[in-house]
Design a protein around this ligand. Structure first.
Ligand code: PGA
Length: 248
């Protein structure tokens, strides 16, 4: 049985003052829940997350990571720096990074590898755009994004990671994949991994992301291959995020 996992992706939101209330609320609200919980905060607030969440059952992480170990890469943040701040997770390949910042499949695979080398758990995001869904190439797109990581890092690396299926058309739009639509892609991801290693596939946690809310979380997470959620907008409201964690 895979343990459910819920991660908040705060994106570029927050301030010291608003974070303090949110972190305290989440820490208290999920203390007795069974699901694993994490929040991925903007870089400047990692130290605040460490202070507020240390000793709790909420882990913290970053929303991206450099593919380089160190050096002349102005503005970048390395995986070892994240580990220094107690991060356990780093999101890689979020669709906003892919579309606005040019993160190609091969850059995402390099970031995944960099995170693993620093003992972080990468949360690898995959997902199709609306145009790709309408052209019926969802399976090909998701498989291509996954295969880039498998071919660079090997299938064993996936055993130490988390995958998030995030249909781009559902992110921040209020449109959610139906439980059946999401399950279909989750099953396809698991089957792709099973072709390489059935054991890794059975243990792999595959999160759904894209307008998951307290009202739809339970139904989505009841699907056999949906092992939790990657939550954007609803992660900024403590009560909503806690309700999703409770549904898990
Ligand atoms: P959303 O974002 O929950 O606001 O749709 C999810 C994400 O981008 O990870």
């Amino acid at each position: 049985m895979r343990k459910k996992f819920v991660a908040g992706n705060w994106k570029m939101h927050g301030s010291l003052a608003t974070n303090a209330a949110l972190l305290d609320g989440v820490r208290a609200g999920v203390a007795s829940l069974a699901a694993e919980v994490a929040v991925c905060v903007p870089y400047p607030y990692l130290d605040q997350a460490r202070g507020a969440l240390g000793g709790s059952n909420v882990a913290w992480g970053a929303q991206d990571v450099s593919e380089h170990a160190q050096g002349a890469y102005t503005g970048e943040v390395s995986a070892t720096m994240l580990a220094d701040f107690g991060c356990r997770y780093a999101i890689v390949g979020h669709s906003e990074r892919r579309s606005y910042y040019g993160d190609t499949d091969s850059v995402v695979a390099a970031k995944f590898e960099a995170a693993m080398k620093a003992n972080l758990v990468p949360i690898l995001c995959v997902g199709e755009t609306l145009d790709e869904r309408e052209k019926n190439v969802t399976a090909a797109v998701v498989t291509r994004q996954l295969d880039a990581v498998i071919s660079r890092c090997g299938i064993a690396a996936l055993a130490k990671s988390i995958v998030a299926y995030e249909p781009v058309w559902a992110i921040g739009t209020g449109l959610t994949a139906s439980p059946e639509q999401a399950q279909e892609v989750h099953a396809l991801i698991r089957a792709r991994v099973a072709r390489e290693d059935a054991g890794v596939a059975a243990g792999l946690r595959i999160l759904y992301g894209g307008s998951m809310k307290p009202g739809n979380a339970k139904e989505l997470m009841a699907q056999p291959d949906i092992d939790g959620g990657l939550i954007g907008g609803a992660a900024l409201v403590a009560a909503d995020f806690i309700a999703i964690c409770a549904a898990a």
